[in-house]
Design a protein around this ligand. Sequence first.
Ligand SMILES: Nc1nc2c(c(=O)[nH]1)N[C@H]1C(S)=C(S)[C@@H](COP(=O)(O)OP(=O)(O)OC[C@H]3O[C@@H](n4cnc5c(N)ncnc54)[C@H](O)[C@@H]3O)O[C@H]1N2
Ligand code: MOO
Length: 410
Amino acid sequence: MTCTLENHRTELVALLSPVFASLGSEVLPAGSVEASNRILSQDLYAQLPIPAFTNSQMDGYAARSADLAEATPGSPICLPLGFTAAAGDPQITLAEGTVSPVMTGAMIPAGADTVIPVEESVAGSFPDLVRAHQGEPHGSAEFTAPSEPGRFIRTAGIDLEAGALVAKAGTRLTPTMIAALVSSGLREVPVRRALKVAVCTTGDELSDDQRSQGQIPDSNSPMLTSWLHQYQIQVRTLQLPDDPARFALAIDALQEQVDLILTVGGISAGAYEVVSQALSPLGGTFHHVAIQPGGPQGFAQLSQAAVLCFPGNPVSALLSAELFLAPLLRQFNALPEPAPKSYPLAGDVTSPEHKHQVRRGVIKDGAVEILGPGSHLVHDLARADALVHIPIGVSKLSAGQQIETWSMNV
Ligand SMILES: Nc1nc2c(c(=O)[nH]1)N[C@H]1C(S)=C(S)[C@@H](COP(=O)(O)OP(=O)(O)OC[C@H]3O[C@@H](n4cnc5c(N)ncnc54)[C@H](O)[C@@H]3O)O[C@H]1N2
Ligand code: MOO
């Protein structure tokens, strides 16, 4: 039975939505690499304000603005130095009639309400300084202008108050969001559990012994593993021979360990179609989707895991992932749908009228050059920049015609 791209997508949404919905959550250290790009499973509230305390925006002098109100170039004001406040020091107190050298990020001394950058002092740079408990402060600094209250002072909580919402459930932990969570005092983050996927490549031709006759390297397994890693998926791989009984046993064992089994190859019209032969008796659906490449497709719902079956040709396997899995993974990972860019076609292109064709293209000199349609052209796939969709009903596109292109997501 032939089905359309849209029908097959609908079937896979029905298959995979419950898988995503039942993942549950886990807790990770907020600053860990593992937390990167994961999805929050709960609303999170700040334990600390941001900034955590009122601090200096500049290396300079913390002062009382009233002490410098009369300063002018013709009549500078000279004040003795108090203790120095460095970043990391506990708060000091500004003694009456003094200024305290203060470094960027240091706590504003109690009693100070303004900061004068060191460059604005008459000397322009700091003399020898003394931090609290390091001796008696000495020296002075001279100023030729007033400094208004609040100047170069970063108030505690101005960015986010303690107790305020930092991020809602469903937020993706981007590098910047991780910084906000950590700054707000959160050390651990509850995130949706990562999807566990087993990639099972099939075929007696797959071998590491690349010089043996009839044998080829298994390129689908590393390609799909790398592709799945973009979405923070935990991947394990398995290479299975064309033996339906062994395949069925392996799948049965795997379904207890992963959420989704992704098989590649073994689903078209040959005599040794291990995947369809093993999964059809278990209720698997195998049909031809009106797309090219990627026509043969299948899926099955086993008792403990869903199975998604992609065709074996490398371009077909990758485009199956892009067409059927990527939209669901983007939705799960709170990622935006990619927007197309329009380019003129560099040459004429033909397409089978009754299929939705997905062609690979290279953007060159402001136009898109369409590469060959073969689903075995794995090097062309690697050098392609763009995907071009040619819908059912269109059999020819002409050179110069504007066409939408989607950036390759790999
Ligand atoms: N009589 C028909 N023959 C074929 C049809 C058809 O409708 N009628 N469909 C063709 C299309 S379209 C595709 S796509 C392929 C899909 O076949 P399978 O999914 O059964 O995949 P295989 O036969 O196992 O492999 C196809 C091709 O890809 C190579 N391959 C497989 N796995 C890997 C891997 N892990 N790494 C690299 N290359 C791999 C394999 O050696 C074959 O060359 O069927 C067409 N035939
Ligand atoms: O449609 Mo197959 O996926 O061309 O090679």
